[in-house]
Design a protein around this ligand. Sequence first.
Ligand code: AMP
Ligand code: MG
Length: 296
Amino acid sequence: MAKKDAKKSKKKAKKNGKPKPTIAELLRVTPGFQLADVDPAATPGFSGDKKDAEKAMAAVRDEIDDLQERLYAGGRDGDGPAILLVVQGMDTAGKGGIMRHVVGTVDPQGVKLHAFKAPTAAERRHPFLWRIRRELPEPGYIGVFDRSHYEDVLVVRVHDLVPPATWSRRYGQINTFERSANAKGIHIIKVMLDISPDEQKKRLTERLDRPDKYWKFNPGDIDEREYWDHYMEAYQAMLEKTSTDENPWYVVPADHKWYARLAVQQLLLDELRSLDLQWPKADFDVKAQQKRLAAT
Ligand code: AMP
Ligand code: MG
């Protein structure tokens, strides 16, 4: 920006009061955060409707493509940053939609997606972070976790799958683990998709109304509704204990799928922009290669 323009925009911001907070700033979990105070039907930082959100998403797709390609190119030498998008949420919160509509628009070559299910017998023989560590993205990749190590302080806590002394230690272990991932160049974006129990009921109802949705229905999801308050307690504890300066959580209101998708796309774009990604310099003599090619 030219100096003059910078001055002008500063003046403008002053005149209108503070500059408008970004979606990321509005959704970021900071000390004192209360999950119960979030309205899952809200659309913080966005005043449009579904059509507007789809347009806004389409408008930045080229930029995301360009940044993702730079990220990927930068990792070809086995060095450089990676991104890890962690997506958590209750059943039907829209994790699959994030995978299709946000992650799915990125070049699949540069994406490494993993959905974490209940651990297998073999996985259970290892510490809980063992299977997570194996899925961390290599330099240049965008790793995406559909569920994650956070299940080990969510479903595990709610259903007493390990003793309280064990799960209560995990918050600190997770923070340490994530910092060690940061040290390897992995930038972590943690998203909780926040839906209301009423919206979940609607979505489960739809799954039972439509033969093309039966496959998504799991009778166990109805049992889990009984534990809603327990889950919210576990989510609140998770957010309090693991939203750090280095690796903050973002709670995304998700009753409107279109808003949740827009918000997560924005978080991904912000992260990509913040990396200041440059194209790798040629590790060969460009002029010499041009000459050689011309001679063929
Ligand atoms: P879905 O994401 O709908 O395919 O379901 C995956 C299931 O795996 C969910 O019911 C999760 O609660 C469960 N799950 C994922 N990770 C764990 C874990 N660490 N311990 C127990 N259950 C888990
Ligand atoms: Mg499910």
